[in-house]
Design a protein around this ligand. Structure first.
Ligand code: ITT
Length: 199
């Protein structure tokens, strides 16, 4: 990897996962390492707009190449909710247990439990924006299972597995993961990027 890149996120789990996907030549800089303490706003109704807003917010203060990602869990029986509101589904921002409880309650008695995770990465490189999407389809389990991961991992079973994401270690989650697919597209783009990086 040729460019140092700031990962514009306050979510330590995302940083840990993305770091596990990169080879050591990559220079990923976290907000913490960049000395940035900021509540990054996510005001929009789509993952694409929020991802862009997060990257732009960090670019404004650093003027450095950076990327962000926005992820949502889309449950078909719930008209793709919680979607862009995944982090604050049950009200309070980032309360994983309450979010899972609300989701299971809404699906109570419903046998149609198909869902997907969707990640959108926004990369700001030399002043231009590029987006990369990663999707993982699966189903919502009847009860939470497993201790690993974060967010909705205890109730999400990716297609092709019988385990929830929270029952997998990080390497196994990466075989299926939405985030891994989006990051793979980002890495492929960067490896073929011929622009002159000025930042
Ligand atoms: P940043 O905006 O700072 O990046 P965030 O936690 O607010 O961090 P999102 O806006 O993308 O991130 O919120 C997505 C929510 O969806 C997150 O809080 C989790 O509850 C859930 N989520 C995201 N990725 C997930 C994954 O891989 N497995 C399970 N749940 C996930």
């Amino acid at each position: 990897m040729m460019y140092p890149l700031i990962f514009a996120t306050n979510n330590a789990n995302k940083v840990r996962e993305v770091q596990s996907m990169l080879d050591p030549s990559w220079k990923l800089i976290t907000l913490k390492e960049a000395g940035i303490v900021a509540d990054i706003p996510e005001p929009f109704d789509t993952l694409e707009e929020n991802a862009r807003a997060k990257a732009e917010f960090i670019y404004q203060s650093t003027k450095k190449n950076c990327f962000s990602e926005d992820t949502g869990l889309e449950v078909y029986a719930l008209n793709n909710a919680p979607g862009v509101r995944s982090a604050r589904f049950a009200g309070e921002q980032g309360n994983d247990a309450a979010n899972i409880q609300k989701l299971l309650h809404l699906l109570d008695g419903n046998s149609k439990r198909n869902a997907r995770f969707r990640t959108v990465i926004s990369l700001l490189l030399d002043g231009d924006e590029y987006q990369f999407e990663g999707i993982c389809t699966g189903t919502i389990s009847l009860t939470p299972r497993g201790e690993n991961g974060f967010g909705y991992d205890p109730v999400f079973i990716p297609d092709g597995s019988h385990q929830t994401f929270a029952e997998m270690d990080i390497t196994s989650k990466n075989i299926f993961s939405h985030r891994k697919k989006a990051v793979a597209k980002l890495l492929h783009f960067l490896s073929t990027y011929h622009g002159q990086s000025k930042n």
